[in-house]
Design a protein around this ligand. Structure first.
Ligand code: PLP
Length: 384
């Protein structure tokens, strides 16, 4: 009996098909016995993905100038699965201190207990990375600009140091997205996106992806994704493909507004610093200009210090168009708060002050600026 329907189907839609299935079935005993030979691209069980996931993976790989892509259930799982696929007990792992929080926590609280030597390095180390590389260094994790504190990294210098020593490199490229930076073109081995952010774009799903060129590593990554049970929902893959239809338009518009609002914020007396490499005043500006063709919609600000941090309530609670929440990159603007204690716990932070992180959405720019002005006024009254 044949379960494979190859009949010419005259239905043609512009929308991708959502293929659902916990498993797939085989036409013959021989097909079933040989099913593993279908990996890494083919289908042997639902967990490795359906044609819906493969369509999305091909689109993302093309955006990243990569040959392969593996989608994962979240940005966090994409980061962690990539490390787990290639790092073993006895290895040394270098993670930038400005990398995404759960990657650092995973390194320090899990990998360290599995016998991996995890070292956090200064995000702005640039070519100095070579001095940290040891014979057992296996991988270097980067993120530029970094989560919350927005330090730029010299990706070219770090990749050069890594390649000379046979060390793998990965980068979390969520801030710029492939629209504004293509790390594979700069020799990075693995590029991660939290597709939750720009690719999805509507704050309604979680997804991650890893893009790469090397076929053998792709097979290892696919197997790791499968063995760890990191399955993605075909419906979510469909939504990300729909998000990708408008991704470039959304990002260009959000990026334009973010830069304009950041420039305005820079002029406000209550704002001590704007952490955003697209601004000339940012210490990472030269690197950003050298490597990136645009800016993300996310930046951070440091406000005039209050006598106690509870005063930030006056700023946050006055906002009407910035819902308070983690995550970013969707059509709605968002704002989040990172207390001074978080920076104090770091060895290499650019500030010891609380950090306010702002994601600019698609709302009217004047509306957003008026909202921020009101909140800054309320904050000024509260701290004076
Ligand atoms: C949000 C985010 C992640 C994690 O993505 P999730 O899908 O929320 O797990 C990773 N890296 C960066 C830079 C992010 O902003």
């Amino acid at each position: 009996m044949s379960y494979t329907d190859d009949a010419n189907n005259p239905f043609a839609s512009l929308a991708p098909t959502v293929w659902r299935g916990s498993t797939i079935v085989f036409d013959s005993f021989e097909d079933f016995v040989g099913r593993k030979s279908r990996q890494p691209d083919g289908y042997s069980y639902g967990i490795t993905g359906t044609p819906t996931a493969r369509s999305l993976e091909r689109r993302i790989a093309a955006l990243e100038n990569g040959k392969h892509c593996v989608v994962m259930p979240s940005g966090a799982s994409a980061l962690i699965t990539t490390v787990m696929a290639f790092v073993r007990a006895g290895d040394h792992l270098l993670i930038s201190e400005s990398c995404y929080g759960s990657l650092k926590t995973f390194g320090r609280q899990w990998l360290a207990n599995f016998g991996v030597d995890v070292e956090l390095y200064a995000p702005t180390i640039d070519g100095g990375i070579e001095a940290l590389i040891r014979p057992n260094t296996r991988m270097i994790c980067m993120e530029a600009p970094g989560t919350v504190t927005m330090e730029m990294q010299d990706v070219g210098a770090i990749v050069a140091g890594a390649k000379k020593n046979g060390v793998l490199t990965m980068i979390d490229n969520t801030w710029a997205s492939p629209l504004f930076f293509k790390p594979l073109d700069h020799g990075v081995d693995f590029v991660i996106q939290a597709a939750t952010k720009f690719f999805g774009g509507h704050s309604d799903l979680l997804m991650g992806c890893v893009s790469l060129n090397d076929a053998e590593r792709y097979a290892v990554l696919r197997e790791t994704q499968s063995i760890f049970g990191q399955a993605t929902s075909p419906d979510d893959c469909f939504l990300v493909m729909r998000g990708l239809e408008t991704f470039e338009l959304r990002l260009r518009e959000q990026a334009r507004k973010a830069l304009s609002i950041a420039r305005w914020l820079e002029q406000q007396p209550m704002v001590k610093r704007v952490l955003f490499p697209a601004l000339e005043s940012d210490p990472g500006h030269a690197l950003w200009k050298r490597d990136f063709t645009g800016n993300g919609c996310l930046f951070s600000i440091v406000l005039e210090a209050p006598s106690d941090e509870s005063k930030f309530g006056a700023f946050f609670n006055a906002l009407e168009h910035f819902p308070i929440g983690a995550s970013w990159g969707g059509t709605h603007s968002l704002i989040a708060y990172y207390p001074a204690s978080q920076q104090a716990s770091r060895q290499f932070s650019p500030t010891d002050q609380p950090v306010v992180r702002i994601s600019i959405g698609l709302e009217d720019e004047t509306l957003l600026i008026d909202d921020l002005r009101r909140a800054l006024d309320a904050y000024e009254r509260a701290i004076r």
